[in-house]
Design a protein around this ligand. Structure first.
Ligand SMILES: CNc1nc2cc3c(=O)[nH]c(N)nc3c(CCN)c2[nH]1
Ligand SMILES: [Zn+2]
Length: 372
């Protein structure tokens, strides 16, 4: 009996939405669920206790960043990622596939490895599938992502196919190298915006024994309609009894639209990145609190929100940003993370009550009302 299993509890009759629980050795993850991003071992500006208070069940760390700094052996000697960060729940680590291609100065990609210049100290670093798994095992995360070859879009079919086929071969190498049954391995489906390539990639990856499947290569600048189309075209080829994770997504509307297309897990820097930029997510759409219009507004960011930011007025939070006070970004990061977790909790309840379609319509109408 594996240490991991996905309990599919309820499927929405009208859409591809699913309600489930992903069971891990560090506790259950309620799905659909949102993972806050803790790239360098911290969800920026938010203490780990506050991250737990937002309602998060699983957080994400990044192999690329942690291997470069402080180094995975240092993390191991500090007791692993859970002990170092003080997070007792499940942790998923990304493999470095995305960061290498988006942050590292790529030197070359061969069949053997991705070689890049570190964006921190310029060192040349070689990342192989085996090395990525070795690093993730040292970090001690509960879920390890395979190393994949992520290419920027738009790209020609030949380049997309080449990267997709390499990602399949690298996924196989990751699975063969893995030697810890305390760490789940998730595959990542690539294939650009081509539904045929996506189906082919999903078929090949699902023939291997992964614990979960991610939809990669999206949220890289494509139209939302294209993201939704490709997500649907991919999940239809993924097994129903495994978790599906859409990487790097997204806005609140993207979460609901992709839940409707069979996605169970999400991660995105938006709640914290937008929070640092004074943008708060609310049921009436995003609100840029730095704007003068909020100067004397005594209302909380969101009526009924239980977070510590919503004990204050919008006017106070605007003042904090205007005065360049640290507390501004901290409070709005906490509010936005709470907003995303409450949205996922309401989504899970709506699926259980067979009213997801109605719920999605109501939420999108609110976000489009944009009165503030
Ligand atoms: C923000 N958009 C975005 N798209 C991604 C695709 C991949 C992807 O295709 N592969 C991997 N390994 N990671 C991705 C990430 C990082 C997720 N934290 C992505 N982020
Ligand atoms: Zn709040």
């Amino acid at each position: 009996m594996s240490n991991f299993h996905f309990d599919l509890q309820h499927r929405d009759a009208a859409t591809g939405a699913r309600r489930g629980v992903f069971v891990t050795p560090h506790g259950p993850v309620q799905t659909p669920g949102f993972m806050p991003v803790g790239t360098q071992g911290t969800v920026k500006g938010v203490t780990i206790d506050q991250v737990a208070a937002t309602g998060a069940h699983m957080i994400l760390g990044n192999t690329y960043h942690l291997a470069l700094r402080p180094g995975h052996e240092t993390v191991r000697r500090l007791g692993g990622l859970h002990a170092m960060c003080g997070w007792e729940g499940p942790i998923l680590t990304d493999s470095g596939g995305f960061q290498v291609f988006s942050l590292g100065e790529i030197n070359k990609v061969t069949e053997h490895a991705a070689t890049f210049r570190s964006h921190i100290d310029g060192r040349i670093v070689e990342l192989t599938p085996e090395r990525s798994i070795e690093i993730q095992e040292a970090l001690g995360s509960d879920v390890a992502m395979v190393l994949d070859h992520v290419i920027a879009l738009p790209a020609d079919t030949g380049a997309v196919t080449d990267a997709m086929e390499r990602s399949i071969r690298w996924a196989k190498r990751c699975l063969e190298y893995a030697n810890s049954d305390l760490q789940a391995k998730f595959a990542i489906v690539q294939g650009g915006l081509d539904e045929t390539l996506r189906a082919q990639c999903a078929r090949e990856l699902t023939s291997m024994d992964f614990d979960g499947y991610a939809v990669g290569g999206l949220s890289v600048g494509e139209e939302s309609s294209e993201m939704y189309r490709v997500t649907a075209a991919t999940t239809e080829h993924l097994p129903a009894d495994h978790p599906r994770y859409l990487m790097g997504v997204g806005r609140p509307i993207d979460l609901l639209e992709n839940v409707a297309r069979g996605i169970d897990l999400f991660d995105c820097v938006m709640p914290t990145r937008n929070g640092r930029n004074s943008i708060a997510f609310t049921d009436a759409g995003p609100v840029k609190l730095r704007n003068a219009v909020h100067r004397e507004d005594r209302r909380p960011v969101e009526q009924g929100c239980p977070c510590i930011a919503c004990r204050h007025s919008r006017g106070y939070i605007r003042h904090l940003f205007n005065a360049g006070e640290m507390l501004g970004p901290i409070l709005l990061s906490i509010h936005n993370l709470t907003y995303y977790q409450r949205l996922m909790s309401e989504t899970r309840s709506a699926i259980e009550a067979d009213r997801f379609e109605e719920f999605r319509r109501e939420k999108i109408a609110g976000w489009n009302s944009a009165t503030t």
